[in-house]
Design a protein around this ligand. Structure first.
Ligand code: NOJ
Length: 576
């Protein structure tokens, strides 16, 4: 495995700093808290952290509106705290990548404050300005994409909230300033970046209007109410058409190459992973991004064997065009922007079983896995019921739009808002069943309400004590992965590729063959793998099973798999 880079063998864990651990007892997560939990992360068995933005920010978009790229938000600590965090992570062999938000800054960033002050200041051209709104473009968070500034008597463009003006990436000074910020953290020793929303960096130069017969609030409402197949199809088409001129435009390859060159000035294999699923952004495999996320895996209501097989076939075929050592996949099923795995892919009857299967899927598929904090204890979405608790401004904006403009009843509006807001999957981490889930002292109001299910076993302390908990299941799986080279580097070979109930595949390296069976059904299965050409005349040596198999060795011909079982075995030659 020595030829693989660290970011190919690592399991990443995303920390959402506001919600991870509150070290100073103010109801908000911080570096002190994260540092205190590094032993927990090392024990869990993850190898790298992706830290969501930790920079100073007025928090219109929970840190994704940055007002200073080279500092630490005071509520999270100081630059020295960050250095301690990095150092302590590295001491435990845990790498750290940061979030890099290129498309926009906060409107309180000094660059924007200067840019908006007049039409002829030195930064006048650092953002995207127009004398009048040149088209009907929408921001994907809060309505019109063009916002008026009296000082310039002009409008600026923003793909996200109006507090997140888009930078003008055609201006070389913008690039230089941003690359300086990139170097600032690389100089401190960070191991790379997750690139935020790269698809939004460039816009259609012709500023072509969209042709959707509604605005953003109306489209969201339309999407909420869409039920029939025609409406659902139309909804997808409208979303695509509304933003197609503001997304995925030419220019990005050049920019990614420049950024890659900055990273490559450094030793230690610093890496870039793009918040995009487009494999084209990996360039020739050596000159753009190291990884892009396999988001198509997540774009489904249910994770089924058919869906995963199709996904793998398409993705791996595309990646195979790149040089073998760099055409590397990157899989995830959850992050701070979407419903939690446990809720989203559950069926309300077997949520716990499905959560285990999905964890096993991400950890056994070919590629670098990304986990999201809290998923290892089965945290679920938490539906807020009071608009005053909603922190995600795209949620509050939507609520007020549909109540005031469309006359939707506040109760219904709240239900819709609770579903669409990302607060539901960003609630504080549940460390114990003490008050405030051990996240903050009992007397404190946490920045987002806690999901009360921390009292019902969905917390770290209770699960650490229980050998069969989800947390111990994750730890066990992570250990098996680490000790099984073919699970990391082996080629993916689907077997029994027509099976509807289960997803079975091999991971094949020169030295080892591993069989993985994920039974997505509630049926007990009797399977025969003896005709699979890669493994016939072999026997199965169990490495991991979520069911209790009394025998270590299993017969390829008569493999019995329990409902929802996860089974991983080394395939060994009978004559060995
Ligand atoms: C993607 C981030 O993941 C999301 O949380 C954020 O709101 C947008 N980009 C804007 O930065």
């Amino acid at each position: 495995m020595s030829s693989l880079k660290w970011w190919q063998t690592a399991v990443f864990y995303q920390i959402y700093p506001r919600s991870f651990a509150d070290g100073n007892g103010d109801g908000i997560g911080d570096f002190k808290g994260i540092i205190e939990k590094l032993d927990y992360l090392a024990d869990l068995g993850v190898d790298a952290l992706w830290l969501s933005p930790h920079f100073p920010s007025p928090n219109w978009d929970c840190g994704y509106d940055i007002s200073d790229y080279c500092n630490v938000a005071p509520e999270y600590g100081t630059l020295d705290d960050f250095k301690t965090f990095l150092d302590e992570s590295h001491k435990r062999n845990i790498r750290v990548i940061l979030d890099l938000v290129l498309n926009h800054t906060s409107d309180e960033h000094e660059w924007f404050v200067e840019s908006k002050s007049s039409r002829d200041n030195p930064k006048a051209d650092w953002y995207v300005w127009a004398d009048t709104p040149p088209n009907n473009w929408q921001s994907c968070f809060d309505g019109d994409a063009w916002t008026y500034v009296p000082e310039r008597d002009q409008y600026y463009y923003h793909y996200f909230m109006k507090q997140q003006p888009d930078l003008n990436w055609h201006n070389p000074e913008v690039k230089k300033a941003m690359w300086d910020a990139v170097r600032f953290w690389l100089d401190l020793g960070v191991d790379g970046y997750r690139l935020d929303a790269i698809g939004t960096i460039y816009e259609d130069p012709n500023l072509t209007p969209h042709n959707v017969p509604m605005n953003l609030a109306e489209l969201r409402r339309f999407s909420d109410l869409a039920k029939t197949p025609t409406e659902l199809k139309l909804k997808d088409k409208y979303w695509h058409d509304m933003f197609k001129n503001q997304w995925g435009q030419a220019g990005l390859h050049g920019l990614m190459k420049e950024l890659r060159a900055v990273l490559d000035e450094y030793d230690g294999d610093r890496m870039l992973v793009g918040e995009d699923d487009n494999i084209d952004y990996m360039g020739n495999g050596k000159d753009e991004l190291h990884l892009v996320f396999n988001f198509p895996l997540m774009r489904t209501e249910h994770i089924t064997p058919e869906h995963v097989r199709k996904n793998q076939k398409e993705r791996l075929k595309r990646l195979d065009i790149l040089p073998a050592e760099t055409g590397w996949p990157c899989n995830t099923l959850g992050n701070h922007d979407c419903s939690r795995i446990h809720t989203r892919y559950g069926d309300k009857l077997h949520d716990a079983e499905l959560a285990r299967l999905n964890a096993a899927l991400v950890l056994t598929m070919k590629g670098t896995p990304f986990l999201y904090n809290g998923e290892e204890i089965g945290m679920t979405d938490y539906m807020l019921t009071d608009i005053s608790h909603v922190k995600d401004t795209m949620g509050t904006w939507y609520y007020h739009s549909i109540v005031t403009i469309m006359g939707v009843h506040p109760e219904e509006a709240m239900l819709r808002t609770a579903e669409m807001t990302r607060d539901k999957n960003r609630t504080p981490m549940q460390w114990s069943n003490n008050s405030n889930a051990g996240f903050s002292p009992a007397s404190v109001t946490t920045w987002l309400p806690l999901n009360p299910n921390y009292k019902d076993g969905v917390n770290v302390t209770d699960q650490e004590r229980s050998p069969y908990s989800l947390l111990n299941y994750y730890k066990h799986l992570l250990r098996v992965r680490k000790n099984t080279p073919a699970l990391i580097q082996g080629a993916y070979v689907p077997v029994h590729a027509a099976a509807k109930d289960y997803f079975a595949f091999l991971r094949v390296s020169e030295a080892q063959k591993i069989l993985v069976i994920l039974n997505f059904s509630n049926k007990r299965l009797e399977l025969d793998f003896s005709r699979v050409k890669e493994i016939k005349s072999h026997t199965l040596h169990t490495l991991f099973s979520s069911a209790d198999h009394s025998q270590k060795e299993q017969d390829l011909k008569a493999m019995s798999v329990n409902p929802f079982e996860v089974y991983i075995a080394e395939v060994k030659s009978i004559h060995a």
